[in-house]
Write a protein that binds this ligand. Structure first.
Ligand SMILES: C[S@@+](CC[C@H](N)C(=O)[O-])C[C@H]1O[C@@H](n2cnc3c(N)ncnc32)[C@H](O)[C@@H]1O
Length: 246
């Protein structure tokens, strides 16, 4: 079962931000060609990109996430598929792999398989944009007393109040960050739903990402540390790499 299937109903409540949208929108308008989003989730980005008049294909492995995306309506072309191997039968001017979808690829081979597949789906001068979280070393270190339960956030919406807690453990040898996520959804004070979910991502740094892109046949065009085009530094929260098919 795709990892995100059991989270699809909470996803838009959990991730209600859109601070990254102007960046991707400006890039798509600049490139001005059809866009494919790999690991598109519920269409958090794909839906508004399509609403702005762009031709957008969204590839997603979780049927439940796609269902949520389709409920938003609009002109997104949804494809259920694995970004490592999906064959879409057409090419795009811009490919987007945003908000840690790339970190769902848990090995070097998986990451390279995706990059090679992304290349095949780009026009000869097409652009690939990848954005992942940039983790500070202290975020990956366990306290001396061992992994601790953290309160990650509280989200208020018409659906109710969502609380998320987590326990994370990072294995530096495999670069795998294993997270146990605990969700509590309240309607006013009454607990409506409570669940636990295990999620694993593979932490990737700038050098590794650039090298993988080169290996897969891309030329890195820009590296940013934020959505305003800030330089990437040790203190950046985001790592954004734009690479052109070479
Ligand atoms: C953190 S979410 C990001 C979703 C979206 N990009 C966004 O900005 O909201 C990661 C998404 O990648 C999808 N995903 C993970 N591995 C995938 C794969 N091999 N092929 C396609 N989608 C995948 C997950 O199902 C999930 O919906």
């Amino acid at each position: 079962m795709p990892e995100y299937d059991p989270l699809a109903d909470l996803y838009d409540l959990e991730y209600d931000h859109d601070y990254d949208l102007p960046f991707w929108l400006a890039l798509a308008e600049r490139e001005d060609r059809p866009v494919v989003e790999w690991g598109a989730g519920t269409g958090r980005l794909a839906a508004p990109l399509a609403a702005s008049g762009l031709d957008v294909t969204a590839v997603e492995v979780s049927e439940n996430m796609i269902e949520k995306g389709r409920e938003k309506g609009g002109a997104v072309e949804w494809v259920r598929g694995d970004m490592r191997a999906a064959a879409l039968g057409r090419r795009y001017g811009l490919a987007v792999c945003a908000f840690n979808s790339f970190l769902c690829l848990l090995s070097l081979d998986d990451a390279l398989a995706f990059l090679r597949n992304a290349k095949v789906h780009l026009e000869p001068d097409g652009l690939l944009g990848i954005e992942v979280s940039a983790f500070a070393p202290e975020e990956l270190c366990e306290e001396a007393s061992g992994a601790t339960l953290r309160h990650d956030f509280t989200r208020e919406s018409s659906q109710g109040t969502l609380q998320r807690f987590s326990v994370s453990r990072y294995d530096a040898a495999s670069q795998l960050l294993r997270m146990l996520l605990f969700y509590e959804l309240y309607d006013r004070a009454a607990l409506q739903n409570k669940r636990m979910h295990e999620l694993t991502i593979r932490v990737v740094g700038r050098g590794e990402l650039e090298l993988m892109l080169r290996l897969a046949g891309f030329e890195v065009e820009a590296v940013y540390g934020g959505f305003e085009g800030e330089p990437f530094t040790a203190g950046s929260d985001h790592l954004i790499v734009l690479a052109r098919r070479s």
